[in-house]
Structures are given as C-alpha cells and as structure tokens.
Design a protein around this ligand. Sequence first.
Ligand SMILES: CC(C)(COP(=O)(O)OP(=O)(O)OC[C@H]1O[C@@H](n2cnc3c(N)ncnc32)[C@H](O)[C@@H]1OP(=O)(O)O)[C@@H](O)C(=O)NCCC(=O)NCCS
Length: 223
Amino acid sequence: MVVIRRLSGLLILCKKIICKHDDQHHISIEGKNYAWCKGIKSFSMENKMDIELVEASKEYEKQAMAYRQEFINYAEKEINGSSGFLEYDNYDEWLEKVISQKKNESSLTSTPATTYFTIRKRDNKIIGSIQLRHHLTEELIKDGGNVGYGICPSERGKGYGAKQLSLILTKAKELNLSKIMISCNKDNRASVGVIIHNGGVLAGEGFDEDEGKVTEIFWIDIM
Ligand SMILES: CC(C)(COP(=O)(O)OP(=O)(O)OC[C@H]1O[C@@H](n2cnc3c(N)ncnc32)[C@H](O)[C@@H]1OP(=O)(O)O)[C@@H](O)C(=O)NCCC(=O)NCCS
C-alpha cells in the first residue's frame, strides 16, 4: 500500500512538473497525442480528444462566428455540416433556420436534421460542425446521406474528424438508427479516412450533381 501511495504521489508530482513547462512539443502516435517536454525528458499523454458535440444555440454565438471567420480567412467556399453557415452574416438568422430544420416533418422529401458544433473542452473552441439527418429522403439516398461534417482548416489532420464522426454515431443510436449512410467525393481521401476509421463499408458509387464529381457511398452499422 505504502509503495502504491508513494508511486501515485510521484506521478502527481511528475504531472505538475510537466504542466509547468512551456517548451512542449506534440506528437501523435496511432491517434493518441503525446506531449514531449524537453525540460524533464519525459512523455505525458494529452487528452487532446477532449471534444464534445453541442447543439447549435445562441450560447455559442461568439465561438461560432470565430469558427466561421476562420473558413473565410482560409478562403474556403463552404462549411460542411453547418447547414450553409458561411452564407449567413447574421447568426440569429442562421440559427432560426437550423432550429426549424430540427422540427421538419419526416416525409419522402423532408427530414428533421440536427446541427451540432464540436467543441474542444480545454479552450472552448469550436473546431468542427456536423449535421445528422434523422432519416434518408429520396434525394439523400442518392447523394448526401445521413451525415455532413467538417473540421476548421487549422485543426485538420489531428484526429478530430474521426472522433467527431464517432460522437455522431452515439447521437444516431439515440435516434434508434441501426445504420447510417455517408457519401463523399471519391477524391476526398481525408473524408474517406474518417469514414473508414469509423467502420464505414463501401457500398457503391454515386454522383454529386452540384460539383460534377463521382462520390463513394458508405454505410456504418450502429452498434
Ligand atoms: C474531411 C475532414 C472532416 C477530415 O477531418 P480531419 O480531422 O482532418 O481527419 P482526421 O485527422 O481525423 O483523419 C482521419 C483519417 O483520415 C486520414 N487522413 C486525414 N487527412 C488525410 C488526407 N489529406 N489524405 C489522406 N488521408 C487523410 C488520417 O490519416 C486518418 O486515418 P487513420 O484513421 O487511419 O489514422 C476535414 O479534412 C475537413 O473538414 N475537410 C473539408 C470538409 C470536408 O471535406 N467534409 C467532408 C465532406 S464528405
């Protein structure tokens, strides 16, 4: 017992020392993020996947506008998974649309859809957006599927996209969906990576009329 207590005391001390150092470098091994601190020649695992999905609401206006601004700064043409947020200078107008989409009636041509922001808890930054369409319409089954998503340009390639999609699977389960469809342009290898990371199975190809591109259609079973 004494040895265990001493060891855990030592671990807490180490953690404190690591946190005091500013000269941290970050590496990612198999999706886990580590901080390398030169000062004490040691590794500590960071909980960089500290993200959660929150439904778009007035509360997140400030972070949401900063998120939107980043896409403008990077000259991006679209914010995927945001229900056209880039086209709205006025947050309230966009929010009104998003709230009404959630109340849509289910029919062959219409589905309720919930739009989430993905927030990184440690700094409260919105790093992504993702929309879950509650069922597939005639149109969505051809192109679009149940989910649309994006990560802001400065946070891509860090594993957030894969984690974000895994979080939406939990929301899909809450809606009693047994599987979801995702379509993405065949040349979007980052998006394909995100889907495959989450167990996506390629079911065929489609066509994105707007972009004039061949798409790949995946299904993910909800466990
Ligand atoms: C697609 C997108 C959401 C991916 O998010 P991300 O955070 O960059 O992706 P991740 O870091 O989680 O990577 C997930 C997987 O894809 C792979 N990947 C990431 N970027 C890649 C790239 N440019 N080329 C090939 N593979 C890539 C990763 O290695 C990882 O694979 P692994 O699970 O085997 O390690 C992000 O690039 C984005 O927002 N793009 C613009 C919007 C968009 O295309 N949305 C999807 C429309 S269908």
